[in-house]
Design a binder for this molecule. Sequence first.
Ligand code: FAD
Length: 566
Amino acid sequence: AQQWDYSFDVVVVGSGNGGQTAALCSYEMGTRDVLVVEKSHLYGGTSSISGGGVWIPCNRYAREQGVEDSIEDARHYLRQLISTEEVPDYQLDAFLENGPKMVDFLHQRTQVRYVSLAHYPDYYTNLEGSRVGHRSMEPETFNADRLGEEWRRLRRTHPMMHLGGLIGITQVEAALLVGQQPGWWKVAAKLALDYLIDIPWRLKDKFHRRLATGCAGVARLRASLLDRDIPLWLNTPMTRVIDDNGKVLGVEVRRDGQTLRIQARKAVVLAAGGFEHNQAMREQYLPKPTDHRWSAGTLDNTGDAIREGQRLGAKMHRLNEAWWCNTLSVPGEDIPRLSIMEKSYPGSIVVNPAGQRFGNESQNYMAFQQETFRKHSEDSPCNPAWQVFDANFRARYFVGPLYNSRFRPDWALPKRYEAEGFFAKADSIAELARKIDVDPAGLEDTVAKMNEYAKTGVDPDCKRGDSAYDRYYGDPRFAPNPCLGPIDKPPYYAMKVDPGDFGTQGGMVINADAQVLREDGSVIEGLYAIGNCSAPTLPCYPGPGATLGPAMTFAYQAAKSITGYS
Ligand code: FAD
């Protein structure tokens, strides 16, 4: 007989959106003896660092506003992007049909609340069944004091989603502020004022009390777990899944320097993220070039659950893919920043060492990066890549850590940006090219072409500005095409962009209940997988929130299966 140090009905590994949703749903569905183990000293994983967006067509927040949408349209849209070989019908249908139910379930019973993103379009608006808004939601802001002391153990959203590094901003506010759309300064002033006059909280913490985006979503889940006294053990990595002849019985963890064996009488739910910070696995599976330092995923995601799945004979899918997104490795910052909005705005381009563009800079981040890998070769490398822009662009938009030149003039930029090869500035395009080791003639030619395209409004090379997604981050002040602007006012600037990611994509193949399957299609009894350690449901990234939507939906599915809830 097995010897156990602890015994629970359900043990969830990982405390991101997926893990906490699984624990919460299991409890609410009647199986209350649940434990969450988390490797890090903070809870929330990459989910907490994230924008917190959740893509669920026909979610309640859209329905409440009378938005016209249907599961059939969403399915039609997705099936133009995802083949049945990539994602079988049962998986896609389980997501589409249960996603809205999961949102209803959490909304009705817990502190989880979302806000519909009315203007955030699907990423392929040129396809039938797409929508230009309301399929994605972001977490409703949440006051940190509602977590009590547990607030100190919450992983925070990425610094790039904080005003001045201290005030969390919602996705809606971010689009307004970064794009400096009409009324942006009023919003910025109100946020700053709210922050400054909150003296009681200032005495407790330097961060704003109001949480937004990813950490607000995680905080809402955590508060709901606290309401139910569901234990969450930090600093407790799962080191092994314990099985007996293929039936999963529990997990082995490390805690306070000891190895503990924890029984899971009903199920183990693996929600331990991908392998983005395991360099050896990256080199084994992902396209080149690859470097874990380019990943914005949490450092603890080193593929532990995936490797346990492999050991137990789980079928794996898409280990060679990640949630790609250009990142900025800013000297002095721990986690790279995603480069999304600033890359899309008119008046800048991204070039390879030959000084040539290699993709539509305004298309969605995932597609841009996939195009990069397709075009990258030893003879014609796409890395290192540089975003090139001029003084007007620098004055107009917030560009990663540079902000804009009105808020952070060139003299105020840290010297190490240039010294460490992240940033360059020059009075001519040719000189800039020489500074960043890019072919001067190639870059001059590319810039001249872009200046021409800005006048005609047509980009024959990369078709920038053709889709509604491209134009979401376009600037209406630029005509005829809001995504195309000239680069003609010195000084000229370059900022290095890496072929990064915000997590890996592939993992254990699951059935509609999130149970892990073997190569032969049989179920590994007692084992469930969700989030980035399972095979993706929306590998093409069809819209904002395409990883958290399925992670939470399959957490709900797992809970139904474990508890027998219907
Ligand atoms: P995670 O949230 O990373 O949770 C996994 C947890 O497991 C971690 O806490 C980790 O420490 C823990 N863990 C790992 N190994 C072990 C172990 N051995 N034992 C115990 N615990 C372990 N996606 C969206 O859908 N919408 C967005 O708006 C969005 N914005 C993003 C913005 C940024 C800046 C970034 C970086 C990512 C963004 N993403 C977004 C991606 C999204 O955050 C991730 O895909 C998602 O959080 C993955 O969820 P998960 O539950 O699989 O993993």
